[in-house]
Write a protein that binds this ligand. Structure first.
Ligand SMILES: NC(=O)c1ccc[n+]([C@@H]2O[C@H](COP(=O)([O-])OP(=O)(O)OC[C@H]3O[C@@H](n4cnc5c(N)ncnc54)[C@H](OP(=O)(O)O)[C@@H]3O)[C@@H](O)[C@H]2O)c1
Length: 316
């Protein structure tokens, strides 16, 4: 699979990275319902065997569980994939999640992640959310120290706006930004992508399938049957009045993909990757079949006319 250099770093990331949020399993605040660990491990192995060279995870996904599963999946591999994980989201004994950007917390979180993933250094360590904002310089200082200590290779950020990046950039270069981006969430086109390009910051976008809505396989019936602890039940995109309009667009886009002997999920990936500022798209896959279906999207170069046609559907 084609790779792209991530910002100023020496990391060459494949255009698709494997996301592990759903690998966290059920029964926590932002769960995706029950998930079979063996299926998660098989999805990771399938992705890596097919050429994906990096995994995105986070301590908060399943309150440590997704990182543990990633560690199990890559244990003993002679050539390990790049590992990107995050810090700032912490939880208490009752599973209440809060944000902590203190230096002590970030150092503690890093040690815990290294242990769970069973690696000596994290390739890309990202501040998950910029909260509380006044603590950003302290947090970025901690990340810089972790680089000096050899525990992480590069520092990145997630869910930051331009001002928040500007606050920390003078202290140490920012390797990457991880923002949401999909056919249904295009906010980063209003300046943030261009800003990252100007600053030499890599962009790894999340939820390119809009949590499964852009696969052509999500129906009102399936949504009704989602388990009670699947957080998507509370997501406005999965509810009326938005859902019906979204599914109507998805059905038009699915026809467009099928006419080109591709699938809707592949189109959703090709579409985010059309932007030159985007280094890689992080795709959540719960099974080997899901990642296999998605991968051809990485090499589908949409033409200018096709992009205009799709824009027309999205804007109507
Ligand atoms: N930094 C952040 O704040 C942040 C936020 C969100 C995500 N992320 C990262 O980005 C990754 C990807 O985002 P995401 O997981 O939210 O959403 P996504 O990639 O847009 O959607 C993933 C979901 O779509 C469904 N799916 C995947 N492939 C499919 C296929 N071929 N056919 C049908 N359905 C398919 C699966 O759910 P079902 O099978 O259950 O439908 C899967 O869990 C996450 O895992 C995480 O690593 C980061």
């Amino acid at each position: 699979m084609e790779t792209r250099k991530l910002g100023y770093t020496e990391l060459k990331l494949t255009r698709i990275g494997l996301g592990t949020w759903a690998h966290g399993g059920g029964n926590w605040k932002f769960s995706w319902g029950p998930q079979d660990d063996q299926s998660s491990i098989k999805a990771i192995h399938k992705g890596l065997d097919s050429g994906v060279n990096w995994i995105d995870t986070a301590p908060v996904y399943g309150l440590g569980h997704a990182e543990t599963i990633t560690g199990k999946a890559i244990k003993g591999m002679a050539h390990k994939p790049y590992i990107a994980t995050k810090c700032s989201r912490v939880w208490d004994d009752k599973g209440n999640i809060t944000s902590n950007l203190s230096k002590d917390n970030i150092k503690k979180e890093c040690e815990a992640s290294l242990k769970r993933i069973q690696i000596d250094a994290i390739d890309l360590y990202q501040i998950h959310w910029p909260q509380p904002e006044e603590k950003l310089p302290e947090a970025w200082g901690a990340i810089n120290e972790l680089i000096q200590e050899g525990k992480i290779r590069y520092g990145g950020v997630s869910n930051f706006n331009m001002d928040q990046i500007r606050k920390i950039e003078p202290l140490h270069p920012v390797a990457s930004l991880q923002p949401p981006y999909s056919m249904l969430k295009r906010d980063i086109e209003k300046g943030l992508l261009q800003f990252c390009r100007n600053e030499g910051i890599g962009v790894v976008v999340y939820s390119p399938l809009q949590k499964g809505l852009l696969t052509g396989k999500m129906t009102p019936e399936r949504i009704k049957e989602l388990p009670p602890d699947d957080h998507r039940k509370l997501d406005a995109f999965f509810q009326e009045p938005l859902l019906e309009r979204i599914l109507e667009k998805v059905s038009q886009l699915t026809r467009f993909a099928i006419e080109r002997e591709k699938t809707m999920a592949q189109l959703a990936i090709a579409w985010v990757l059309r932007r030159p500022e985007v280094t890689s798209a992080i795709v959540g896959a719960r099974t080997p079949e899901q990642i296999s279906e998605i991968l051809p999207g990485a090499s589908w170069g949409l033409s200018q006319d096709e992009v205009l046609y799709i824009d027309n559907i999205l804007e109507n």
